[in-house]
Design a protein around this ligand. Structure first.
Ligand SMILES: [Zn+2]
Length: 318
């Protein structure tokens, strides 16, 4: 299963831990963390709204979700709403803890997770069970896999209360946000959000560093979605993974993304496509993440961009 394979790649190469920081008045970032031996959390952006906090993505681990709770305690506000960018476990896992702590919380997301439970996540679950059976009594190896199983088995507790299937202005927790929807880009349903006051845009994995993650993606639609993100009037963009960026940085990302797709569609050797991305996106990739970026693309160019055409078409079907 590709998610598992790629995530194990993350495990070997990255070990970063950062703290929460204020992006603008009333807007905080809890950065996703990659810790050696474990799987990643996505970035979380927290907006302080009149009726409570609006949390965009909740990470994978209780340790990440606990940072959201700590922020809420410090702000003396409850978590009123969660908006999930997409169903990957590093973005929805914290829904469990937050639902437990804040029973009134309302979850907004696309409905794609419900299909994924019967497809991609069901396959991943089977792969985890297989790995657990093979690992025998090694409890250190078993624990993270069992935690993944428990997350998948939580099923409906990860699901939205309110499905998002179109781009519109929505009042969430007493504040107006522009909430965007993209079908069949990173996943079958991707959501972004912008706070018109601060102009902080949280993109989810539509923008992901140090490289785009193509496991469940329709690359062509994703490219179009990036074009629409470029039309959003933002000042600061928080990607699904990686550091916040400005407008010029998104332009750099888009150019690098387009050229990566062109390269992969042509006859150049894979290494030329990887080198091209590293060159085009150089300004966005910290030196400490270069090895990770190369290993991700080494996997995705063959496994996805040049992978089975029928499989790729299926990910693009609406
Ligand atoms: Zn992610």
């Amino acid at each position: 299963m590709r998610v598992a394979a790629v995530i194990l790649g993350f495990v070997a190469l990255a070990s970063l831990a950062r703290g929460a920081s204020e992006l603008a008045p009333g807007v905080d970032l809890i950065p996703g963390t990659f810790v050696a031996g474990t799987q990643p959390d996505g970035n979380t952006v927290v907006f302080a709204a009149p009726d409570g906090l609006v949390v965009f993505d909740t990470g994978r681990y209780p340790t990440h979700a606990q940072q959201i709770v700590d922020l809420a305690n410090a702000a003396k506000k409850p978590v009123a709403a969660i908006v999930n960018s997409h169903w990957h476990l590093d973005h929805v896992g914290g829904n469990l803890l937050l639902r437990e702590k804040y029973p009134g919380v309302r979850v907004y997301a696309s409905g794609a997770i419900e299909d994924a439970m019967h497809g991609f996540l069901a396959n991943y679950r089977a792969q985890l069970e297989d790995a657990i059976a093979k690992a025998g009594d090694d409890t250190a190896k078993q624990a993270p896999r069992r935690a993944e199983l428990a997350l998948i088995d939580a099923g409906p507790k990860l699901f939205p209360d309110q499905r998002i299937g179109e781009t519109s202005t929505r009042t969430i927790a007493g504040q107006a946000f522009r909430v965007g929807f993209e079908g069949h880009a990173v996943t079958a349903g991707d959501v972004w959000i912008i706070d018109p006051a601060s102009r902080v845009l949280a993109s989810g994995d539509l923008v992901t560093l140090p490289a785009p993650l193509f496991d469940t993606a329709c690359a062509e639609h994703w490219k179009d979605a990036l074009g629409r993100l470029g039309d959003v009037d933002f000042k600061l963009l928080v990607p699904g993974h990686g550091a916040p960026m400005g407008r010029a940085d998104l332009a750099t990302y888009r150019r690098a993304f387009d050229r990566l797709l062109e390269c992969a569609a042509g006859k150049s050797p894979k290494q030329a496509c990887i080198d091209g991305w590293m060159h085009d996106a150089e300004a966005l990739i910290p030196a400490s993440d270069e090895k990770l970026a190369r290993s991700l693309l080494d996997y995705y160019v063959d496994g996805n961009l040049r992978g089975d055409p029928a499989g790729r078409r299926k990910l693009c079907e609406t």
